[in-house]
Design a protein around this ligand. Structure first.
Ligand code: C5J
Length: 216
């Protein structure tokens, strides 16, 4: 069984029961000029994850293991967006890449380098967590997945919300430090520490080269 050198201790996984989760690698979060940068954030803190994640996807695809991409966004009429989220601004407004976080808009879609291939799952989610109001739980049940390798953005928001709920639902989560990103270096550091603290209270942390080596 493949094993990965991780914190707080070795992560072992059965490839037949493990999926790769790629959270919200969307143009509006990752590209210069996107929603993220328009809020004053440094997009480079996120875009540095594209290259290692692309290498991981290549290895994961070569091993023919399941891949699930997610996208945060809303229906064009915003009927699935809670008023409290709308009131904070941005969502549905015109941005450089179309209406911000609205399904079907250029900015809502995944960056070209990580574009999903046929046969990979794409889960559209209205919330931060990937389980809330989505089909993710059904997909994982059908695949008989027990463990998740988690990547994407942002570490302390959508990655954390998803990992915390996955942990409560009984999945073992391995979060890859070089494939998750936060606009805030401090949140990145602490966000990763929080996952593996206290004997792995939410899961495990490793890097992508360790997973690629384990798959070889
Ligand atoms: C945010 C996300 N940061 N994907 N979304 O609003 O983490």
């Amino acid at each position: 069984m493949p094993s990965v050198d991780a914190l707080p201790h070795t992560f072992t996984f059965d490839p037949d029961k493990t999926a790769l989760l790629v959270i919200d690698m969307q143009r509006d979060f990752l590209l210069p000029g996107g929603f993220g940068e328009s809020l004053g954030n440094d997009f480079a803190q996120l875009s540095r994850t594209i290259e290692p994640l692309s290498a991981l996807l290549t290895a994961w695809r070569a091993a023919s293991l399941p891949i699930i991409h997610t996208r945060e966004g809303h229906l064009p009429d915003l009927s699935d967006c809670p008023p409290s989220k709308l009131a904070r601004g941005g969502i549905g407004e015109q941005g450089a890449f179309g209406r911000i976080l609205v399904r079907g808009e250029y900015g809502h879609d995944i960056v070209d380098e990580l574009a999903p291939l046929d046969g990979e799952f794409v889960v559209d989610k209205p919330g931060k967590g990937a389980f809330y109001a989505t089909e993710l739980s059904d997909i994982l049940d059908k695949l008989q997945v027990q463990k998740l390798v988690v990547t994407g953005v942002t570490t302390e928001v959508c990655v954390h919300t998803t990992v915390r709920e996955a942990n409560d639902r009984g999945y073992d989560c391995l979060v890859l430090s070089d494939c998750v990103g936060s606009y805030f270096p401090e949140f990145q550091r602490v966000g990763l520490e929080m996952i593996a603290a206290q004997g792995g209270i939410f899961g495990w942390v490793a890097d992508s080269p360790s997973v690629i080596a384990a798959l070889a």
